[in-house]
Each structure stands twice: as C-alpha cells, then as structure tokens.
Design a protein around this ligand. Structure first.
Ligand code: PXP
Length: 257
C-alpha cells in the first residue's frame, strides 16, 4: 500500500490498567502491553491519565515512555495539572478530551465552540513545546469550525454514536451517524485540519471509518483489549490492522493482497 494511503493505528492501553487496578498490584502491566502493541504493528500508543487515576497512573506514563520507540499520544483533560504533566514529558502528541468524574468512559466530545478562548490559551504552550495537539470532538460543524479557529492542528472525531447505534441494531441511526462522520471529516480536512477518529470501534464497525480517505489515524482500545482475552493482544491488534488495510485498499481501488 502506498505510504500516503496508510492509516495509522494508535492502541489505547488504558484498560490493561483497569484490569490491574481491579486487584491492585502490578499485573497486567500497561507498559508491557505498549511494547507488545508496538511489536504487533501499532503506530502509536494512546494513554489517558484521568484526573481520578482510575486506570493509567503517573508512573505508568513514565514506564510507557521508557518502553516504546513509537509515539505516545497522551490523552488529557484541559486542566492545569494535566498541562503541567504534559509539559514535563513533552509527548509526541496530546489529545484534549472532556472528562467527568461520574462517566464510565469519555462520553462526548470537548465543547470547543462555547469555550474557544480558554481552549486556545490552553493548547498554546503545548504546541510551543512541540506536541501535536488534537482535540477530541463530536462530528459537528460548529465544533470543527471552532477547532480550526483556535488553531488546533488535529481533530479526533468521536465515533461512539455510530458504534453504539450499530451495537444496538439501530441501523438507520448508524447510517445517519456514519454519513455525518463522513461529511464532517470532509469539512475538517477542507479547513486544514488533520482528521483522526476513535471511540467504540470494533472489528464490525472499523472498516467504513477506515475507508474514509480524510482520516489519517484511528485510536482504538477497549475492544482490542477485550478481544485479547480470547485471542491474545498480538492477534487482536494484527486483525484490526488487517481490517483497516483492507478497507483502505478497497476504497482506493488497489487490489487486496
Ligand atoms: N480516542 C479517544 C480520544 C478516547 O478518549 C478513547 C477512549 O479513551 C478512544 C479513542 C478509544 O476508545 P475505545 O477504548 O472505545 O476504543
């Protein structure tokens, strides 16, 4: 596959830490998972240091940085504490996400449109430190236009609504959500933003998103870590990678090897 067409895969390893923390102690080790993900062909490792440290911890971030040669995408809320930590580590990438204590996972996208000044000031030092800043947002015109206005180089479009509709068998909603993702990916690219996507993706839902030529990177965690229970982490990552490559090749008319 030509390099231009290759979609990057970031593996989110938060839920290795979730399993470890269910017992306390040291196993399973997220840094070991990060290394294994790298060996299985991941293009990056994504880890979310939540304010409540419910899965990834500060020590995990250090251990992951020491363990991998591929880029770290540090997911964080727009708080002073997280900004300090990011500026200390200067990861390759930071992804700004909304965070609510009571949520189980990152439920919606960041509200940028109504909070433009604050987010613009928040990302400026991260960009100056050389981090590639992405903003995790719903696939909505006003959020995308706001992201472009504040000078965010990258947006990650939230695929949760599309994946939930698929999982619940609401196929008309799924198709409408997908059409929205497609249109908004086109809009984002036309405004000069690099487009990423993620949240809730599975073997069943990844291909249409991977086929969108505007999308440069997918970040996938929960499903891959869950599948690893049955098939191993190496196998679950390789299968996801193969589906992404297939989708990309089919969409570009290249023959699938
Ligand atoms: N991208 C972002 C910004 C996220 O917050 C998450 C979940 O932490 C993901 C991708 C991965 O989502 P999932 O674990 O559902 O694959």
């Amino acid at each position: 596959m030509n390099a231009l067409n290759r979609l990057r895969l970031g593996i989110n390893i938060d839920h290795v830490a979730t399993v470890r923390n269910a017992r306390g102690g040291n196993t399973p080790d997220p840094a070991r998972a990060a290394k294994l993900a790298q060996a299985a062909g991941a293009d990056g490792i994504t880890a979310h240091l939540r304010e409540d440290r419910r899965h990834i911890t500060d020590r995990d971030i250090e251990a992951i940085i020491d363990s991998i040669d591929i880029p770290l995408n540090f997911e964080m809320a727009a708080t002073d504490e997280m900004q300090r930590i990011a500026l200390r580590h200067k990861p390759h990438a930071v992804c700004i996400v909304p965070e609510k204590r009571e949520e189980r996972t990152t439920e919606g996208g960041l509200e940028v449109a109504n909070d433009q000044n604050r987010i613009a000031h928040f990302i400026a030092p991260l960009r100056e430190a050389g981090c590639r800043v992405s903003i995790f947002i719903a696939a909505e015109r006003r959020q995308i236009e706001a992201a472009a206005r504040i000078g965010a180089p990258v947006v990650e479009l939230h695929t949760g609504a599309y994946c939930d509709a698929h999982a619940e068998g609401r196929l008309a909603d799924r198709d409408a959500e997908f059409a929205r993702l497609k249109d908004m990916a086109t809009l984002a690219l036309s405004l000069g933003l690099e487009v990423h996507a993620g949240h809730g993706l599975t073997y069943d839902t990844v291909k249409p998103v991977a086929a969108l030529p505007e999308v440069m990177e997918l970040n996938i965690g929960h499903f891959i870590i869950g599948e690893a229970i049955f098939s191993g982490l190496d196998s679950s990552i390789r299968r996801m990678r193969a589906l992404m490559d297939e989708a990309r090749q089919e969409a570009s008319g290249e023959s699938v090897a």
